[in-house]
Design a protein. Structure first.
Length: 406
């Protein structure tokens, strides 16, 4: 039997948008739609996949959204502000007392609009925190820690966290910075990690892999996905430069974002023979691409702990590959690497350490590392995560004040 209260999912990114955030929000919306009436406010127009339409699926309403390119920061910010404002007004018409609205931190203005609309309408609100703002912008050097804008955003966060009924974190390291806000309490926090989209199982390294055929090196180091403000492309390229005279090691890059543009610029200037770029890999080729490398790099900047968690991490483990993670040791992914023996954790900014880790990986005889990676990936399971989201929604429908977790 479906509950009387409906669920509204507000997300700028939703299928047919190909982003990871879109896929995650669609998974959650479809799972909850099995138990409740679900309406999705989407910023992505176009036809939905067949698997997401029909009886028992969410009803999707497209909110007008015209995005500027990521390089046009001012225009993009205005576009995101307009989307958040439009979503606020749609929510004030759609929400009823006792409903639950779920949103995510993309764009970062959206959670403020959602929390405010829910408060006005007597609904309950929950936020999936993929990135913590303004911390991400401070870490990227776009804002000064003590600037007026930073202080204003922190003040707005305190009000937002006070209004929210639940905050879902995807990393254990997020609890400490969240609790630094006066409006935040521990009972509101729920830790629900993301999951691997590929079936866990060690993929063998084969010479006929289409992404290895043109590379003669025995050991391939991979870098994949979106490189945004939180990532450091310079450390990866500098490690490749340090290893340019070691013919057995080669770097394979495929991705997008400002970080990849910087990598391409660096390669244009240096023309390293041990670096290969391939076009952005589509979902159908992702498994083969991830299986092509012996080691994968995730390059974060300094002060990432509690601010951002790499979703790509789980698929790297799912194919049975170790990782070289650049981050502080207390970050969620670093904790997972160390606790399970899944690779190397490198200090941010230390290209020499990264080069040493790659050398160590190329000489490693730890055959059980692939097995440990697959075993770890299996714990980050879609079904477990979906059931946790469904349980949280049911809890919010019954009571806006969540019980303290033990």
């Amino acid at each position: 039997m479906q509950s009387q209260g409906k669920i509204v999912v507000a997300s700028q990114h939703y299928p047919p948008d190909p982003s990871t955030t879109a896929a995650i929000m669609a998974e959650i919306a479809c799972r909850i739609a099995g138990d409740h009436d679900v309406v999705v406010l989407s910023g992505s127009s176009g036809a939905l996949p067949d698997s997401q339409v029909g009886p028992g699926k969410p009803h999707v309403v497209v909110v007008k959204n015209k995005m500027a390119g990521k390089a046009a920061l001012v225009r993009r910010g205005l576009s995101e502000l307009l989307f958040a404002a439009r979503t606020f007004f749609v929510l004030t018409r759609a929400l009823r007392r006792g409903d639950v609205v779920l949103t995510v931190t993309a764009p970062f203005m959206l959670p403020y609009a959602v929390a405010a609309a829910a408060k006005v309408k007597g609904a309950r609100s929950a936020l999936i925190m993929h990135d913590l703002f303004p911390d991400v912008l401070v870490m990227a050097g776009l804002l000064k820690p003590g600037s007026i804008v930073t202080r204003a955003m922190r003040a707005a966060n305190s009000l937002m966290f006070r209004a929210l009924n639940a905050v879902i974190t995807i990393g254990r390291d997020a609890e400490r910075p969240l609790l630094s806000y006066s409006g935040m309490t521990r009972n509101k926090i729920r830790f629900i990690p993301n999951w691997a989209t590929l079936v866990p199982g060690a993929r063998p390294i084969t010479l006929d892999n289409p992404f290895r055929k043109a590379i003669s090196a025995r050991f391939i180091v991979g870098l994949s996905g979106n490189l945004g403000f939180t990532h450091d492309p310079e450390i990866v390229f500098e490690a490749a430069r340090l290893l340019k005279d070691e013919p057995g090691i080669h770097f394979l890059f495929s991705g997008w974002g400002i970080g990849f543009e910087r990598l391409k610029q660096l390669q244009t200037e240096a023309n390293l023979a041990n670096v290969t770029f391939v076009p952005r890999v589509e979902d159908a080729e992702l498994e083969a691409f991830l299986a092509a490398a012996n080691l994968w790099i995730i390059p974060y900047r300094k002060d990432v702990a509690g601010v951002s968690v790499p979703s790509r991490f789980y698929n790297l483990l799912a194919v049975g590959r170790p990782v070289a993670l650049i981050s502080e040791p207390e970050a969620e992914a670093a904790l997972t690497v160390v606790e399970n023996g899944l690779g190397w954790v490198v200090s941010p900014g230390r290209a020499d350490q990264l080069a040493d880790a790659i050398r160590a990986a190329s000489r490693s005889e730890d055959a059980a590392m692939a097995e440990r990676a697959v075993k770890a990936a299996a714990r980050f399971d879609r079904t477990i995560a979906m059931n946790a989201y469904a349980g949280l929604i049911d809890e919010l429908l019954r009571n806006p004040v969540l019980a303290e977790q033990r």
